[in-house]
Design a protein around this ligand. Structure first.
Ligand code: QUE
Length: 354
């Protein structure tokens, strides 16, 4: 069996290379644990000045997580799903608080779990192939891996727009929104990594030299509309605003949102509203862990994974089927904190930092 993460130290760089090409490098529990183990070992390894995360062979950086496993587990006791989220969020938090420079190369599809290991990195490189999205409302899940933290801190209402529509941002858009710190053409990536290995202490210089001017930032022309039409934290109000708008853009986005799970959409809006006010990233991950263990057991998650990823019939039957029928009580049950003995905890080594 081949290794699903390639781990090495080469000339001052600790490298984590995702290597599960058949699943577009979607994360498994074992992959998360292996990456965390290496990162923890590198904390006091003077041979490691910097960490670089990318993917090995095949297309795409990381499509997310092993959602088919999550759905299967959610059908029973959800124990395996909880173990995955626990490990994945520990990795996300370890990267967020990591004291050495970290760099993610988001070349190609970067969704869900892939976003979770990119955004906490100090340097985030987008290319012309980057397609970054938080598409979880399509499958009855919610934008986890710190989504409530990062997306609620984007300008205007771009985060709310992203989670409701599942919009895919290209590399230029990621750079414009500071989701990526640099834009480098894919043809320059190999040379960039080589330069980093020659002088890991001069990462900023190497990144500057490798950077290319970004093409047109398409989302820029829609920012005013996004800020206005996605202004409300209430799903019904966003839908009404889109309905009443004359633009073709609004009608296209409205029909997209109508394909998503109404329950997931409401969970996502509430997560972003809560996330904007949280004191620490650890608090965010604690709340998301409690939420994730419950959402994987919902009808919508099972149905979404079936319709979109297993049977690929593309006809999920959501329950409740409309925004109005998703009640505050349903949300309160999903958002309740866990008893202390079941709560998510960060790695002790990372606890003091964030
Ligand atoms: C929404 C999602 C995911 C998705 C598709 C969606 C997601 C995810 C995957 C995915 C894709 C390919 C794989 C895989 C997982 O697809 O989170 O293992 O091989 O992980 O519409 O949220």
């Amino acid at each position: 069996m081949t290794d699903d993460v390639l781990i090495s130290v080469e000339r001052g760089i600790g490298r984590l290379r995702l290597n599960r090409p058949k699943a577009i490098h979607a994360l498994t529990t074992a992959m998360c644990e292996k990456m965390s183990e290496a990162l923890l070992a590198w904390l006091d390894d003077d041979n490691v000045e910097m960490v670089v995360i990318d993917h090995a062979e095949g297309r795409g950086f990381c499509a997310g997580g092993d959602v088919v496993m999550l759905a299967r587990s959610g059908n029973t006791d959800a124990d395996e799903a909880k173990r995955f989220f626990f490990a994945e969020y520990r990795l996300n938090h370890l990267l967020f608080s990591y004291p050495k420079p970290t760099l993610a190369i988001m070349d190609g599809i970067t969704m869900g779990g892939g976003v979770g290991i990119s955004l906490p990195c100090s340097y985030r490189v987008a290319t012309e192939n980057t397609r970054l999205a938080m598409p979880e409302t399509s499958i009855g899940l919610f934008p986890d891996v710190g989504g409530g933290w990062y997306l609620s801190r984007l300008p205007g209402r771009v985060g709310q727009f992203m989670v409701l529509t599942g919009a895919r941002l290209d590399g230029a858009e990621c750079h414009y929104l500071n989701l990526a710190t640099h834009y480098v053409e894919q043809s320059g990536i190999e040379d960039l990594v080589e330069r980093l290995m020659v002088a890991p202490g001069r990462a900023t210089g190497a990144l500057g030299a490798a950077s290319a001017p970004t093409p047109e930032v398409k989302i820029e022309q829609n920012l005013a509309l996004i800020a206005r039409l996605f202004a409300s934290d209430r799903l019904e109000e966003v839908l009404a605003a889109l309905e009443q708008d004359e633009s073709e853009w609004a009608h296209t986005e409205l029909s997209t949102i109508r394909t998503k799970s109404p329950l997931s959409c409401k969970v996502s809006l509430r997560l972003l509203a809560d996330g904007a006010a949280r004191a620490s990233f650890a608090d965010e991950m604690r709340a998301e862990y409690a939420l994730a263990g419950r959402v994987v057991r919902t009808h919508d998650f099972r149905e979404g994974v079936r319709a979109v990823l297993i049977d690929k019939t593309g006809d999920p039957q959501w329950d409740p089927p409309t925004a109005e029928e998703v009640t505050q009580e349903m949300l309160d049950v999903l958002f309740a904190p866990l008893p202390a003995s079941e709560e998510w905890t960060p790695f002790p080594e990372a606890e003091t930092v964030a």
